[in-house]
Design a protein around this ligand. Structure first.
Ligand SMILES: [Zn+2]
Length: 294
């Protein structure tokens, strides 16, 4: 189901006077984060982005605020992703819009700068790409908040429904979400490609994908949305936001250096403790232990 947008809430669609009015009413910005990655032969690559966009748009309709341009590139390949790719995709190219953790987090700080300079005081980041990346973004956000008096709140969609549903990759959970949000982008009959040589096999399809239904997707997405809106309402502060001097590149680079000094603790830089090592012949071996350039 495509979002029914109603009043304009996308930053990219607003005229300056419309932007000012929405900002004055609620100084909250939503940033949808996603990626193109394989979700089986049966589903379109942008599932993670569509989830995040829908949640941000629907939440802004309910709570106010403005939705920033989506970020469709995200952390992949490094750390725990490497063995996962070897097992779930193999040595074929997975057709990812993946970027290294250091590039993502550095750029993220500049996204935050844009939001603060535009006048936002609450920044809500929703990642449809889950795993460990949201923890690394929270670590960067925590440093940012030491320098700048705003709230930066980062969650992935499975975190929003923790205790209600368990997230997965291209299984019952995620394919249900896609069947609800974009039924035009799911074709279960495309599983025939799994057996065609040279077409990538299962392309990371979850084992329980056949149990996915649009009805379950609707329940999951609405539960995510309810939790998101409840959290945002508690973040939004009443009253006029205090003025903040424009953030310069210099300030962001200073914050970045601080964030970078903690890069040995980034979740996306390392395998999970219980993961098998990446095979020495695998194309993913080189990404298993990531070191950010300083
Ligand atoms: Zn996904």
């Amino acid at each position: 189901m495509k979002p029914n947008i109603g009043p304009k809430i996308l930053w990219s669609e607003l005229l300056p006077h419309e932007f000012r009015a929405r900002l004055a009413a609620c100084p909250t910005v939503y940033l949808p984060l996603g990626i193109c990655e394989p979700h089986g032969q049966v589903s379109a690559f942008g599932l993670d982005t569509f989830k995040a966009e829908w949640l941000c748009i629907e939440a802004a309709r309910r709570t106010g605020g403005i939705v920033a341009p989506s970020m469709g590139y995200h952390i992949h390949e490094t750390g725990y992703h490497a063995r996962w790719l070897e097992e779930e995709v193999g040595e074929n190219d997975p057709l990812l819009t993946g970027i290294p953790p250091g590039v993502m987090i550095h750029f993220f700080l500049y996204q935050l700068r844009s939001f603060v300079n535009a006048g936002f005081r609450t920044i809500v980041v929703v990642s449809g790409h889950s795993g460990g990346n949201q923890a690394d973004l929270r670590q960067a956000a925590a440093v940012f908040m030491e320098y700048v008096p705003v709230t930066v709140w980062v969650r992935s969609d499975p975190e929003l429904v923790d205790g209600l549903y368990t997230g997965d990759h291209a299984g019952k959970y995620e394919l249900s979400q896609q069947m609800y949000l974009r039924p035009d982008l799911v074709d279960m009959e495309a599983r025939v490609w799994e057996n065609v040589p040279g077409c990538g096999g299962k392309m990371a399809l979850g084992d329980d994908a056949d149990e996915a239904t649009p009805k379950l997707g609707e329940s999951i997405m609405n539960a995510c949305l309810d939790r998101l809106c409840a959290a945002v309402c508690s973040l939004n502060k009443a009253g006029d936001p205090e003025p903040i001097p424009p953030l310069t590149y210099g300030t962001i680079e200073e914050i970045w250096r601080r964030v970078l000094s903690g890069s040995d603790t980034w979740v996306t830089a390392l395998p999970w403790p219980d993961q098998k090592p990446v095979s020495s012949h695998s194309r993913w071996k080189t990404y298993e232990y990531y070191r950010a350039e300083s």
